[in-house]
Structures are given as structure tokens and as C-alpha cells.
Design a protein around this ligand. Structure first.
Ligand code: MLT
Ligand code: ZN
Length: 462
């Protein structure tokens, strides 16, 4: 074993599985961002919470940083290990531990994939409603550590709403049982919510108890073509007033262009500048009449220029692919990603200002807009032109992000809606959080992670 520290780790944690092959270090040392060169010390794959505690204690005693690692589908560099850290992969801790039919909760280990959680819930006739395109690869531990959102937030909220209890190994190696699955618990600070969205900086999630709910009513999917950006929120209001919406997502012609180039099927004969994909409850005649009435109202108002309603599950999946396939279709262009949010009431003014800003600052770049517009979350992906050096591209994008951050501050928005701060958004944290608030966050970190070993350099510097 190359590094002598690893011998001492194996002595401290007998039976711990370790990986040190260069290919493994590269694989486990990065997430979906491709900006940093992975350089972890090693990858530890604990079998249980006891081993996690022992690894964290060893890391504290030896001053080694620990990067908790799930499916590494993150987009902010939260799971990157580029500085000699020990990657703590949860991939062996991936089981369902129990289902409680009275509490309607599922208790799972952190390494389980989101899709496996969906399947386990379905086996009991219930659903875990948080959902997004990376469902097959992302892990529930990572979802909790970033408070993942996704495509059904307008109906079900973020991951936070579905976490009834958590077990966390703090930066001192202590194992704490947070909230114990209770619905009502007015007994002081709710440390569970501190752990949610903490991006592994306070400890490692080793178990989660998730709330489940009833399956949704039968739904249908509709794709709408819009002539302008300005009408987007009007269409949302019109649909929300008439239908029980499960999702309301938008994308531009540029996004469609890339998804079609990636193999999806064109929805309309003509190209339109903006599109909405929406899912809503249906099933009886009354609801179907309301769908038609909503559609006609939008057409008559000039807000919608074309539309298609799915006639089968296969067609619904095809329409969803136009939205869900965007991230994958852009990956080869090394996109620079913004993931911002404002209150929905601020959206029209924010969109207007942002559109002007990006039009002015990015005249020659392919800028792809899409996102969960119904909950105030906009994704802006700027594609790197072929031949342009990575560093030059990055400098230009960072310059524009500073301007965007100022616009967000003006509208009381957030620099990270759902991807987390990680390494990527760290320079802009102060546009979303005040100086006193950041000082409190640092203080909380010092209490839970006094040696500063938990995911060092993520969220903020020491
Ligand atoms: C999505 O909603 O598809 C992703 O969160 C956005 C992205 O890839 O930038
Ligand atoms: Zn998203």
C-alpha cells in the first residue's frame, strides 16, 4: 500500500475496504463537474455506520479531509476530491432497512439510488415523490446532502419535506439520531434540518427515514409551444388555476435543438422559441374539459402557439424526454451551469433583466435556458465553443455570474436553487447569505466538525 497513512487507517478500522488504483481514484474523485483533476488519497467503502465512525475518528486524528460520496451526479463539485482527501463512498451501504406501514416511512442506507427508493415505496403501494432525471445514478444520501429538488417540487416540495429522521456521523465521529421519524417534535433545535443541504460539511449521513405518500392520481402530459418569454408565467398561472399540476417545466429552442441532436423526436413541425412540458391530474370528464378550457384560454390569449397532449404512456415518456434529456445532451459541450432561484412573484422581472444581461454579455456563446420555472428555479447552461480554451471560457462565465449574482441579490434570490454550493458556487455565497448568516454557518461547522475534516473547502473556506 503506497501511502503509509493507509496502513494506520486499516489498523484503526479492521476489515475496511479500500481502493487505491489510479482508475478508481479518478472515478471516485469527481462528480459530474469536470473542472477539477481528481487526486484523493484513497477511497474507503465502509460496510456500516460503525466503520464510518471509525474512519472519521481516524481522519480527525490524522488531519485528513473526508469527502462523503454517493452517486457523484452533483453539478457543483460537492463530491470532488482533488486535494488528497479520503473519499468515503457509501456505495456498499445501499439497503432498505425497513418499512413501517403505520408511519408510512421507509428507512434506508445512504448509498441507495433514488430509483431504488421509488421502487421500494411502490412495492408497498406508496410513493416517494422527489424525482429528477439522475434518479438511476444519484443516491439518497447525496439528495439529502443537497436538499435535491427536481421536477415535482411544485406539488411535493424538496427532499427536506420528506426526511422524517436522519442518523448522522458528525466530524467528531459521534453518531446522532436526529428527529427519530417523529411528525411532531418541539424539543429544541431540529439538527436534522441542519444536516439537510449541508453538503457533507457537518458529517456523514448513515441512515435516513423517508416519508412516503399516496400514489398520485392518473396524470397526463402536455407540451406547449410559446411565442415569447413574457407569457411564460401567465401560462403557468392559467394552468395552475384550472388544473392540479404535478410539474411545470420549461426549455428553449436551443435546448430542444440539442436534445433532438441527441436522438429525441421533434414534437412539432415548426420550431418555436419556448416550450413548456406540464403534467397534471386527469381521468374524469370534468378534468378533461378543464384541460381543454385551459389550453383554449392560452391559445385565445396568444400565449401558446401549439400544443400536444400525450395519448399513451409511451408518448408521455417521449414528451418528458425533451426536458429530461437536456443535461445529458449538453454534457459533451462542457457547459458552465447556473442554477438560480427567485420567488415566483419576482420571476417575470428577474427573467426580463437576466435575458437582457445574458444577451449583452454572451453575444457569441450558445446559452441554453431551461428549468423548473413553476418553483422559481432557472437553469442557465452556457456551452463552451469548440476550440476555446477552458480557462478563457471559465473566466468569461465567472464574470457574467458575478453580474447575475448582483441581479439575484436585487431580487432576493439564491445562487443555488438545488445543485448546492460545493466548489463551483462558493465565490457567490454572499449574494444569497448575509455576512452574519455565513458567520453563524461557520460557527455551526466548528461545533459539529471541530477539526475541519468534513468535506473541506466546500460551501466556504475555513
Ligand atoms: C436539470 O434540472 O435537468 C438539472 O438540474 C439541470 C442541469 O443540468 O443544469
Ligand atoms: Zn434541475
Amino acid at each position: 500500500m503506497a501511502d503509509p497513512r493507509l496502513d494506520s487507517l486499516l489498523q484503526a478500522v479492521p476489515g475496511l475496504r479500500l481502493k487505491t488504483d489510479p482508475a478508481d481514484l479518478e472515478h471516485y474523485g469527481r462528480d459530474w463537474t469536470r473542472r477539477w483533476t481528481p487526486a484523493p488519497l484513497a477511497v474507503a467503502l465502509p460496510a456500516d455506520a460503525g466503520q464510518v465512525q471509525a474512519v472519521v475518528r481516524w481522519a480527525g486524528a490524522n488531519g485528513v479531509g473526508v469527502v462523503p460520496s454517493g452517486g457523484r451526479t452533483g453539478l457543483s463539485g460537492g463530491a470532488v476530491a482533488a486535494d488528497g482527501e479520503l473519499v468515503l463512498s457509501m456505495e456498499r451501504m445501499n439497503r432498505v432497512l425497513g418499512f413501517d406501514p403505520i408511519d408510512r416511512t421507509l428507512t434506508v442506507q445512504p448509498g441507495i439510488a433514488l430509483q431504488a427508493v421509488h421502487e421500494a415505496a411502490r412495492e408497498h403501494g406508496l410513493v416517494y415523490p422527489v424525482d429528477f432525471a439522475a434518479r438511476g445514478s444519484c443516491s439518497i444520501g447525496g439528495n439529502i446532502a443537497t436538499n435535491a429538488g427536481g421536477i415535482r417540487v411544485i406539488r411535493y416540495g424538496n427532499t427536506r419535506e420528506w426526511v422524517a429522521g436522519l442518523k448522522l456521523v458528525t466530524g467528531t465521529g459521534a453518531l446522532v439520531d436526529l428527529n427519530r421519524g417523529l411528525i411532531k417534535n418541539s424539543s429544541g433545535y431540529d439538527l436534522r434540518h441542519l444536516a439537510i443541504a449541508s453538503e457533507g460539511t457537518l458529517g456523514v449521513i448513515v441512515e435516513a427515514t423517508l416519508r412516503l405518500t399516496d400514489p398520485p392520481p392518473p396524470t397526463n402530459v402536455m407540451l406547449l409551444a410559446l411565442p415569447s418569454f413574457q407569457v411564460l408565467m401567465q401560462v403557468y398561472a392559467a394552468l395552475r388555476e384550472r388544473l392540479q399540476l404535478e410539474a411545470f417545466e420549461f426549455f428553449t429552442d436551443r435546448a430542444l435543438h440539442h436534445v433532438l441532436a441527441h436522438g429525441a423526436q421533434a414534437p412539432f413541425a415548426e420550431i418555436h422559441p419556448y416550450y413548456v412540458v406540464t403534467e397534471f391530474a386527469t381521468g374524469d370528464e370534468r378534468q378533461e374539459a378543464r384541460v381543454l378550457e385551459a389550453f383554449e384560454h392560452c391559445m385565445d390569449s396568444g400565449w401558446v402557439s401549439d400544443g400536444v397532449i400525450s395519448q399513451s404512456e409511451a408518448q408521455a415518456a417521449q414528451l418528458w424526454r425533451l426536458r429530461e434529456g437536456i443535461t445529458e445532451s449538453l454534457a459533451r459541450h462542457k457547459p458552465y451551469k447556473n442554477d438560480v432561484s427567485v420567488r415566483i412573484s419576482r420571476m417575470p422581472a428577474f427573467l426580463e433583466q437576466t435575458q437582457a444581461l445574458l444577451g449583452r454579455e454572451y453575444p457569441h456563446f450558445d446559452v441554453v435556458w431551461f428549468g423548473h420555472i413553476g418553483d422559481g428555479n432557472l437553469h442557465i447552461n452556457v456551452l463552451k465553443p469548440d476550440g476555446l480554451e477552458d480557462a478563457v471560457f471559465l473566466t468569461q462565465c465567472e464574470h457574467v455570474t458575478r453580474l447575475l449574482a448582483a441581479t439575484l441579490e436585487e431580487h432576493g434570490g439564491s445562487i443555488s436553487a438545488e445543485h448546492g454550493i460545493g466548489l463551483v458556487k462558493k465565490p457567490y455565497l454572499s449574494c444569497t447569505r448575509g455576512a452574519e448568516e455565513i458567520a453563524l454557518m461557520r460557527g455551526i461547522k466548528r461545533v459539529l466538525d471541530p477539526s475541519g475534516i468534513m468535506n473541506p473547502g466546500k460551501l466556504f473556506d475555513r
